[in-house]
Structures are given as C-alpha cells and as structure tokens.
Design a protein around this ligand. Sequence first.
Ligand code: SF4
Length: 144
Amino acid sequence: MEKYWDALRSSWIWEELYKSRNFRPAAQFHSPIQYPKPDGVLSFDIPTSLHRSNTNHEHDQPAHLQLRDPKIPELVNLPEYAGPESRYCPARVYEYMPDEKGQLKLQINAQNCLHCKACDIKDPKQNIQWTAPEGGGGPGYSIM
Ligand code: SF4
C-alpha cells in the first residue's frame, strides 16, 4: 500500500490535485452568474427556442415522464435543492406552481419535452423516469 502512495505522490496527478485541493470548499462563496438576456439574434428565449424545435407529442398519449415517488419534488427537491428540475430542463417542462392554498407543486408540461434526458440523469433522487413517447413524438429533427 505504501508503494502505491509513494507512486501517487511522485506523479503529475498529485501535483494537480494538490493545486486544486481548496476548489470545492471555495465554490460556496461564488456569487450566482448573471447571464445576459437573449438578444434575439444569437441567443433566444425558451418559448422561441421551443417553437423552433417543432417538438410535438400526441395530447392523449400516456405520460412519457413519470415520477417514481410523486412526493419527492415537494418534500426533497424543492426544500433541499431549490427545485433544480425547473432550471436544468431546457424546455421548462418542470414548473413549480402554487396550488389553491399557495403551496408550490410540481407541474410537468410533458408536451414540451425535447428528449435531452437531463432529468433522467440529474434528478437528485433519480425520481424522474423518462420513457420513449408513444407514436414517435418529440422534437422535429427532420427540420434541423
Ligand atoms: S428530457 Fe430534457 S427536455 Fe425533456 S423533460 Fe427531461 S430535461 Fe426537460
């Protein structure tokens, strides 16, 4: 075991790891990035981008985005992680909307899904199950 540590300490990776050893603790002090608003020339807002993707799903098909546990968004994702699905989804499929009592509830606009599968990978509790939609629905790749 000591031979392994000696080899590691004398390698280039040790030098790199040592230089970056404080990066993760320092990350908590970074201020949020202020991105410029879309200029309509090179960058576009989400509704415009979504319209151009020509994404389409049959309205009466079974939902292709399912929650393994429907309580996780309100009990875990929102209080612990500030609802990350409402930010990482490029099509604004996931929105936290107030119910009649003012409590935020997750609303899933599955018809807007662009099939990037980020939600299938990034959900903190792996609670979102992406399945292939019925009838070949999705973005209009033929016009891209
Ligand atoms: S697959 Fe991508 S576009 Fe579709 S809901 Fe998930 S994150 Fe959003």
